[in-house]
Design a protein around this ligand. Structure first.
Ligand SMILES: C[S@@+](CC[C@H](N)C(=O)[O-])C[C@H]1O[C@@H](n2cnc3c(N)ncnc32)[C@H](O)[C@@H]1O
Length: 318
């Protein structure tokens, strides 16, 4: 095969695997600074005790922090850790273990860079005496450094109707950057967005839950890890899910041309995650083969074909 084609990201086969065991022990065997992104949903304390066990809310931070130490060791300095979690209700009030976890993570040297919200568009209706149905979960974003890998353009969204209304009637204050008239320093130059059809998203992800056929009681939708993988990694990077469950993160990573490492304690889920990895790896390899063929044709167009001589810079699949 031509050398020019070989070095293209999608010509490199992606690798993925699931290791059975406690992530604390398994990650100790992994070399330092091996991983670009960790996206995971750990047990929500003992909320699913009947299906895969768990840890009591009071003991949660002490249980989690040795594992977080391993996450810090295997993560590259430019890497990110995204933890999808939500505190449960104990004795009629929200437990504070997630808040305590954030504080403990900061003490361990992590930066609590951002908090994204997963808004569950399709949560079940219900009635409780003291609250309404729970329609959101936290996605805590931790980094080791203030400067980390972030491909903001990869997750841009359509500008939407807003562009047709607000941007058509710009006032004098909109065409220069101005600190708000109430002095809150949230200045913005709205005119910068005139004529554009895509904008940066908010930190709220509106995604439906999809547990249906995954055989796991707490699987998240594939769109959730996918969004963070596109945002925080490049093709060929390595994504880790230390609480892999049914392998949702791993499948998303492989389908996006990233390598994937999973760790899972429960043997039934190890099998599920391995199936998910095998299916996604085949899909990724088929996509890679199709891309190599397309890119070869761009470089060596068939006689009579009018192909562009440029290799596309953007290899991120849509
Ligand atoms: C919330 S679920 C993850 C679900 C996953 N995101 C999915 O989409 O299928 C948490 C998983 O962590 C696993 N687990 C619990 N403790 C673990 C540990 N110490 N090491 C590795 N996996 C563990 C559980 O068996 C469970 O499958």
């Amino acid at each position: 095969m031509n050398a020019r084609v070989d070095h293209l990201p999608f010509a490199t086969p992606v690798r993925g695997g699931v290791v059975a065991g406690d992530c604390l022990a398994v990650l100790r065997t992994l070399p330092a600074q091996r991983v670009d992104l960790i996206v995971t949903s750990p047990p929500y304390a003992d909320q699913r005790a009947s299906t895969y066990g768990g840890v009591s809310a009071d003991d949660y931070v002490a249980w989690f922090m040795p594992r977080a130490e391993q996450f810090a060791r295997v993560l590259k300095p430019t890497g990110s850790l995204v933890i999808n979690i939500k505190e449960k209700v104990v004795d009629g009030e929200r437990h504070t273990y997630v808040l305590e976890l954030i504080i403990a993570m900061r003490k361990q040297g992590w930066l609590w860079t951002e908090e994204y919200v997963w808004h569950k568009r399709n949560c079940f209706p219900g009635k409780w005496p003291n609250r309404f149905r729970d329609a959101w979960e936290r996605c805590l974003h931790f980094t080791r450094e203030r400067r980390f890998k972030m491909n903001q353009d990869a997750v841009m969204v359509p500008m939407g109707d807003w562009a047709n209304t607000r941007l058509k009637t710009l006032g004098a204050n909109d065409v220069v950057r101005h600190d708000s008239r109430v002095g809150n320093a949230f200045g913005k130059n709205i005119a910068n967005w005139q004529g554009r059809d895509r904008a940066y998203p908010t930190n709220v992800l509106h995604l439906a839950t999809e547990c249906g056929n995954k055989g796991h009681s707490a699987a998240f939708p594939q769109a959730l890890p996918r969004w963070f993988i596109e945002l925080f990694t490049d093709p060929g990077d390595t994504v880790l899910d230390p609480f892999a469950g049914s392998g949702t993160t791993l499948a998303a990573a492989l389908e996006l041309g990233r390598n994937a490492i999973g760790v899972e304690l429960a043997s039934a889920y190890v099998a599920r995650a391995r199936d998910a990895v095998a299916t996604a790896r085949e899909a990724a390899q088929a996509l890679a083969r199709a891309r190599v063929v397309t890119e070869q044709e761009l470089i060596f167009p068939r006689r009579g074909a009018t192909a562009s001589p440029q290799i596309p810079k953007d290899n991120v699949p849509s």
